[in-house]
Design a binder for this molecule. Structure first.
Ligand code: F6R
Length: 610
């Protein structure tokens, strides 16, 4: 949430900042701003709304400078106003951008107000700007003032600061929010994620918790949390510009839905190459660690939580281990009973979701030391805090609604299930070979499901005028119904709920009438006949059914029962294939309703606040 970018160069950095902010816009899109140091002064442009509006204003003002910072905001403290947009300025001399939340901002605001500082915004961020200025007024230079200030802050932050008195450097700090430095030739950069600066450089240093750094045109010095110089490794990012462009697609969500065959193939490459489920897939120490595991506790949020909910069915049925899955924001605040022999699995596309990170920390504090993260962003906070890691290789996911991250997470979770089963002596060679073959065929089955798009687009016309929808599934497909309902509500703003189909008669059936479309995930598995009975219950109350079933299942259309057939039943991986149609249904319904598909209202992609 909130994206920051900064640059120091021998050229005009304003275009770099604006392009960077456009790529970071998925992190927040309430308002945007940039500040530069030029001709001995700080100049700033801020606007509510999208980066493009701020860009137009910056152009109109002919803003141009060799040193600057930028920010795209998802409001937390203070409403969506220009006054609350970053950068924040103290005494016309320093400008600052911030991602994160300062928990003791009220106490600091009171203290600084007594010292004579006048606040112009409701943000927690403005406190940091004045605090740094205060330390400067006590004789500290910009870096020392930043270091002294962060010692007085509680909470999470990634910060970049420029000052008209020190026009040849930028200082930055990181604690609890991502921040990386990009190394150029005679120019250097800072950003929340590499996509913001990849047009300028691929050489990056990931700052660690508690680090501060100074960027000049010719170099970067990083200081650890004790204030001593430290060496941080340089990485070469493999994020491609193409993965950040829309190409022929109308929306990133559409592009990312269609990228799933490739994303799945990339994610499972190592498994297919090995022709086996090897513990090494999860890291060097995985074999010893996974052998000791006698249960699994999954922690995640949103769509990633639903991936965990699918995995629970797999892990108990295939690996024979007890598995619980819990929403991270609930787990972190309850008095949980820890079993240190259980494996803690966190699932996160971004790797920086605060609730998931805090749930992981809490689990560790309870004595859990067997931790595994399934994540799409290398070097992000959650995998770094975990002993074992499985990286999904979905590529950059820019649409706020998660799509390819979910299906690739499921591949990672299936690999974990099969690996645990194998270590437990519950996976014979024939079954293992069958699973590998099922994975090998999966991208093709997913492509067949994608080919259903025209039929699903026709269905979406029926959903477009509706206010409510129900999604039903049973067993391992119940979480797919949950995911379908979440996708529909978050991008089309139609109220949607999902139920296990057997639960309908215990209450929600009261909602069913001719105005309530009911989507049913009904693959040809052992529960199909049960689902059919539940569908009768809906039909008998006049509800209209929209059923996704497999090509080889034995029921057809009838009055009020519309059917779309996904490919032949793919067995254990069926939830992955059945995700595709619910994604497409949400996408086309949102398209028809004219919502902002990639940037739904009130949301942002990386949720780094509570
Ligand atoms: C829904 C969606 C969110 C995320 C959730 C967790 O489409 O994208 O529900 O799944 O915010 O995010 P990560 O996976 O980054 O931890």
């Amino acid at each position: 949430m909130c994206g920051i970018v900064g640059a120091i160069a021998g050229r005009d950095v304003v275009p770099v900042l604006i392009e960077g902010l456009k790529r970071l816009e998925y992190r927040g899109y309430d308002s945007a701003g940039i500040a530069v140091v030029v001709d001995g002064a700080v100049r700033r442009v801020r606007r509510t709304g999208r980066v493009s509006e701020m860009e137009a204003a910056a152009r109109a003002e002919h803003l141009s400078a060799p040193l600057g910072i930028g920010h795209t905001r998802w409001a937390t403290h203070g409403g969506v106003t220009e006054g609350n947009a970053h950068p924040h300025i103290s005494h016309d001399s320093l400008a600052l951008v911030h991602n994160g939340i300062i928990e003791n901002h009220e106490a600091q605001r009171e203290r600084l107000t007594k010292l004579g500082y006048v606040f112009e915004s409701q943000t927690d961020t403005e406190v940091i700007a004045h605090l740094i200025h205060h330390h400067q007024s006590q004789g500290l230079d910009l870096l020392a003032a930043l270091q002294a200030s962060v010692r007085e802050l509680d909470g999470a932050y990634a910060i970049a600061v420029i000052d008209k008195g020190e026009p040849d450097r930028m200082v930055v700090a990181r604690m609890g929010c991502p921040l990386l430095v990009g190394l150029g030739d005679g120019e250097n950069f800072v950003a929340s994620d590499v996509s913001a600066i990849v047009q300028a450089t691929r050489r990056v240093i990931f700052l660690e918790e508690g680090d501060t750094a100074v960027l000049t045109r010719d170099g970067v010095q990083v200081y650890g949390d004790d204030g001593q110089l430290v060496a941080r490794a340089e990485h070469l990012s493999d994020v491609s510009l193409a993965s950040l462009e829309l190409g022929p697609y109308r929306h990133f969500m559409q592009k990312e839905i269609h990228e799933q065959p490739r994303a799945l193939a990339d994610t499972m490459e190592a498994i297919i190459d090995a022709g086996a489920f090897e513990p090494a897939l999860f890291g060097k120490e995985a074999e010893g660690l996974l052998r000791e595991v006698d249960g699994v506790q999954i922690l995640a949020c949103g769509t990633s939580y639903y991936a965990g909910a699918v995995a629970r069915y797999w892990i108990e049925a295939i690996a024979g281990l007890p598995c619980t899955v819990e929403i991270a924001s609930e787990y972190r605040y309850r008095k949980a009973v820890a079993n240190p022999r259980h494996l803690i699995v966190t699932i996160s596309q971004s790797g920086e979701t605060l609730d998931t990170m805090e749930a992981l920390k809490y689990a560790k504090s309870l004595g859990h030391d067997k931790t595994l993260s399934i994540c799409n962003v290398p070097e992000s906070a959650i995998p770094r805090a975990s002993r074992l890691v499985f990286y999904t290789r979905a590529g950059a996911e820019i649409g706020v609604a998660s799509t390819k991250a979910f299906t690739t997470q499921l591949v990672g979770l299936f690999a974990l299930t099969a690996t645990l089963a194998k270590l437990n002596g519950r996976l014979d060679a024939e079954t293992e070979a069958g699973y590998i073959e099922a994975l090998r065929r999966l991208p093709v089955s997913v492509q067949h499901a994608l080919n259903l798009e025209p039929q699903i687009a026709v269905w979406s016309e029926k959903f477009t005028p509706k206010q409510h929808a129900l999604f039903l599934g049973r067993g391992v497909h119940y979480p797919i119904a949950l995911e379908g309902a979440l996708k529909l509500k978050e991008i089309s703003y139609i109220h949607a709920e999902a139920y296990p189909a057997g639960e309908l008669k215990h209450g929600p059936l009261a909602l069913v009438d001719a105005d309530m479309p009911v989507v049913v995930i009904a693959p040809k598995d052992s529960l199909l006949e049960k689902v059919k009975s539940n569908m009768q219950e809906v039909r008998a109350r006049g509800g209209e059914l929209f059923v996704f079933t497999d090509a080889d299942s034995n029921f057809g259309e009838s009055e009020g029962v519309h059917v779309i057939r996904t490919p032949r039943h793919v067995g254990v991986l069926s939830p992955i294939v059945h995700t595709i149609p619910v994604q497409l249904l949400a996408y086309h319904t949102a398209l028809a309703r004219g919502t902002d598909v990639d940037k739904p209202r009130n949301l942002a992609k990386s949720v780094t606040v509570e």
